[in-house]
Design a protein around this ligand. Structure first.
Ligand SMILES: Nc1ncnc2c1ncn2[C@@H]1O[C@H](COP(=O)(O)OP(=O)(O)OP(=O)(O)O)[C@@H](O)[C@H]1O
Length: 230
């Protein structure tokens, strides 16, 4: 079988992210299909701000970012078909069950076989026993699992996740790591902010460390070691 051609998903050039003023040094990187790029750094260095800029929720302060060749715009349906996002925002419909949230995500994004996809994700994210529960009756880790399952229910070339390991137990963090490896094997790309050395070492193909006054690349192994001492 011939190797699929790699495709550029994200290109950032001299990108400065922030709220009127930049929160960190300029960032340049390219992310292609088959890659998992992890962004690491201590609290408050700008990881979430970078992710929000890449998915079109914030304008760059300076510089450029392109996603699949265009300016990111999360109001654009085509952009939302290509880019699945979980930034950890805990937003649920109080009167829809766990299963219904996944079905609604599938319907909204035109996913075929919604019932099968939802059933598979419920199983994978350990939510089958809670599939008929309403969000208010879930534990915080179960709500986190539901957000992640909903991201994986979406069609996507690029997956953007902000600290997806938060509130997950060790078993689910290991499963998440394997899932991220699967993403790149299926020819998709992942941009992830993480504080978890095992997720970074196990899934990332490249890492950007956002430091106090510079942004620099690290190998995943070096990044995992750096996270341990943050
Ligand atoms: N809406 C906002 N308006 C102004 N400043 C903000 C806003 N959101 C975040 N900040 C500031 O921007 C800086 C970067 O925040 P950001 O959330 O990107 O950090 P982070 O690296 O993701 O941190 P953490 O590891 O704690 O999640 C911080 O100093 C933060 O206080």
């Amino acid at each position: 079988m011939s190797k699929p051609t790699s495709r550029l998903l994200v290109r950032a050039t001299g990108l400065e992210v922030g709220y009127g003023v930049p929160v960190c040094a300029p960032i340049s990187f390219a992310l292609a299909t088959g890659e998992v790029l992890a962004v690491v750094g201590v609290n408050g260095t700008g990881k979430s701000t970078l992710l929000r800029t890449v998915v079109g929720q914030l304008e760059p302060v300076r510089g450029r970012v392109e996603v699949l060749g265009t300016t990111p715009d999360d109001r654009d349906a085509a952009f939302r078909t290509d880019v699945a996002v979980d930034l950890g925002d805990d937003a649920f419909f109080p009167a829809l069950t766990v299963r219904e949230h996944l079905l609604m995500t599938c319907y909204g994004h035109g996913v075929a076989d919604a019932a099968d996809v939802a059933a598979r994700l419920l199983e994978e994210f350990g939510l089958t026993a809670r599939s008929e529960a309403l969000p208010a009756a879930l534990s915080s880790g179960q709500r986190r699992r539901l957000l992640l399952a909903a991201a994986f229910a979406r069609p996507r070339e690029l997956l953007v996740l902000d600290e997806p390991e938060q509130r997950l137990d060790a078993g689910m963090r290991a499963r998440l790591t394997r899932r991220l490896v699967d993403e790149r094997r299926h020819g998709r790309g992942v941009l992830i902010a993480s504080h978890d050395p095992a997720v970074v070492a196990g899934a990332a193909t490249a890492v950007l460390l956002i430091d106090e006054d510079e942004v620099r690349p690290l190998t995943p192994a070096a990044a995992a070691a750096a996270i341990e001492s943050m």
